[in-house]
Design a protein around this ligand. Structure first.
Ligand SMILES: [Fe+2]
Length: 259
């Protein structure tokens, strides 16, 4: 795991500020330990977590919860939910009972995330250190038939958030919805989910969920020609959640220096 540093020019709108982006831990123990020691050395001003830190299943929880508590002792933490938190990719059975979409189970899970000390941004935003920081939850979930389903993109929220005067940072797990996000005046969107495309060849990823083969958005700072100035930073993530190994695709924590 390595820190990847980016300098983000804000034309004086944000004064010197360093933020770390922690995505896609997937409850993995060794990456959590590496990330904590890396962040203890870096001492960022803020930590942003665009999802898939903890896996959605009933207690006992994985190490992602302890990781969130440890992060909060380093810097204020802001998080949005990924598909592994909303339950989009996993479900859990106890006997014949499907627990993932059982309302109390999910509600308790979310309550417990908030109890770690992170500020959970679930179609909401806050102002901190000269930024307006918003978060939207993963649109994926499994319905009562266990089928993968999706909520619509929260356009009304994006309009409200982006119309507030200030420098906007949006936490959004899914880079594949960037065209819908970039249609709004949001200066920086932080994503994960793509895991760098799992195998990287000639600077491109091979596969990413939601984008398929030869995905466009798996790594680094990007923008669409039709929406200049509305950038997206995609993290390659801190860990793996598939049996397929990474190749030429080290795990990372992007670190953004706003100047
Ligand atoms: Fe994901």
């Amino acid at each position: 795991m390595r820190a990847t540093h980016y300098t983000f020019h804000t034309n004086g709108r944000v004064s010197n500020l360093t933020v770390a982006v922690c995505a896609d831990l997937h409850d993995r123990v060794a990456p959590a330990q590496k990330a904590i020691s890396l962040l203890q050395d870096l001492r960022p001003d803020l930590i942003f977590l665009p999802g898939d830190i903890v896996e959605n299943h009933p207690e006992p929880y994985g190490c992602g919860f302890a990781f969130l508590r440890d992060l909060c002792s380093i810097a204020p933490c802001y998080m949005s939910l990924g598909n592994h938190e909303t339950g989009g990719r996993h479900y859990y059975r106890k006997g014949t009972t499907l627990l993932m979409n059982e309302p109390n189970s999910y509600r308790n899970f979310i309550t417990d995330i908030k109890a770690t000390g992170v500020v959970l941004l679930d179609q909401s935003y806050v102002e901190t250190k000269g930024l307006i920081v918003g978060g939207i939850s993963s649109h994926l979930f499994r319905n009562a038939d266990e089928k993968l389903d999706h909520h619509p993109i929260p356009t009304a929220f994006l309009e409200d958030f982006s119309s507030r005067p200030g420098f906007h940072v949006l936490l959004c797990h899914h880079p594949e919805i960037f065209p819908q996000i970039a249609a709004h005046p949001i200066e920086l969107t932080l994503c994960g989910h793509a895991h760098g495309g799992q195998i990287r060849l000639f600077g491109r990823g091979l596969f990413a969920p939601g984008q398929g083969l030869f995905p466009k958005w798996t790594n680094g700072l990007l923008e669409l020609p039709e929406h200049p100035g509305h950038k997206m930073l995609v993290s390659r993530g801190m860990a793996n959640n598939t049996p397929i190994p990474r190749f030429f695709n080290p795990t990372q924590i992007p670190v953004i220096h706003f100047v």
